[in-house]
Design a protein around this ligand. Sequence first.
Ligand code: NAD
Ligand code: GLY
Length: 360
Amino acid sequence: MRTLNVALGDRAYPIHIGPGLLTQPELLLPVLKTPRVIIVTNDRVGPLYLAKLRDTLEGAGVRVSAVELPDGEVHKDWMTLNCIFDALLEGRCERSTTLIALGGGVVGDMGGFAAATYQRGMPFVQVPTTLLAQVDSSVGGKTAINHPLGKNMIGAFYQPRLVLADTATLDTLPARELAAGVAEVIKYGLIRDSEFFVWLEANLERLMAREPEALADAIERSCRNKAEVVAADETEQGERALLNLGHTFGHAIETGMGYGEWLHGEAVAAGTMMAAELSCRLGWLGRADVERIAALFQRARLPVWGPELGVGRYLELMSHDKKVEAGRLRLVLLKSIGRAVMHADAPLADIEAVIAARCR
Ligand code: NAD
Ligand code: GLY
């Protein structure tokens, strides 16, 4: 097992990474306030891993209840969130009960939002089961649901007490979902870790083949990058926004296509190519580097072209971005591979041109 720390003072927490962690009660017990938990999962992950986690906890004397949500990004909404509150109340969960989110980023984001708001906040643990959730969404305390007009628009910053990334759960992850997680892994190389980008160029096929050592290395390096950024800027006043490389374009793709049509990681890959193209147009990134980024995404079987939503529709959707300030669009762009910057002054004509150029 490898362990990292998210350094947030008295709210600091560990990230444990390794195979078989779901069956290790000694990792979970120290963070429970009382021997009572509710596990939030979905109807896809539940049948695979709920019994295992329940047995681990019950075997250690913990009282466990569970709620299975309908699976999918399309259900990351108020109605499904309310199912969690129903289960919390029907199960007479207390403020000291721990909510454990068992699943991918959708379950983690919704479980976290429920934990942040139920009785004004209850202890929360992330047990991520997708690559995307193990490298990104389970760490850092962003929780949210979607609104028909925009992704992740309603939410809260609320940190977990523990992240338990059992890498053995990735064995059952569909290949398309694994690839979507790789998009966020590549993101860390692009925004702040050029050595990691080079490592990924050398090891991408090992990752895609789920070689345990390669997966653990990539998850650890990604979490290390994320933990450093979150510790420095928990509530996204500055540096943390760089983690959103490709996301302004990508969220427009997800919302514009209808939630669930494009996976989050797929939209981030195509969106990152738009950001790279704009960085090239502004004279920062060379054409060869744009092609280098595209080549890595393509080796991960990720899209490098966005869907044809129409430039006007992209801009309308992008105007809802959380980084918009005083009505001005702020985009994360690349000065080079390994160095991202926030930029508010990209000419509209250039933004329009790169959207048009990178859609097919
Ligand atoms: P997801 O949660 O929808 O999971 C993908 C699919 O895989 C689902 O069908 C899920 O049920 C299934 N699944 C999960 N684990 C499995 C397993 N071990 N075996 C088989 N199937 C499994 O999607 P995701 O890619 O994990 O997360 C995407 C979400 O995360 C988006 O809503 C995005 O906005 C959010 N996100 C949040 C943050 C954050 O910081 N909070 C960061 C990045 C992304
Ligand atoms: N995934 C972006 C963030 O956590 O800030």
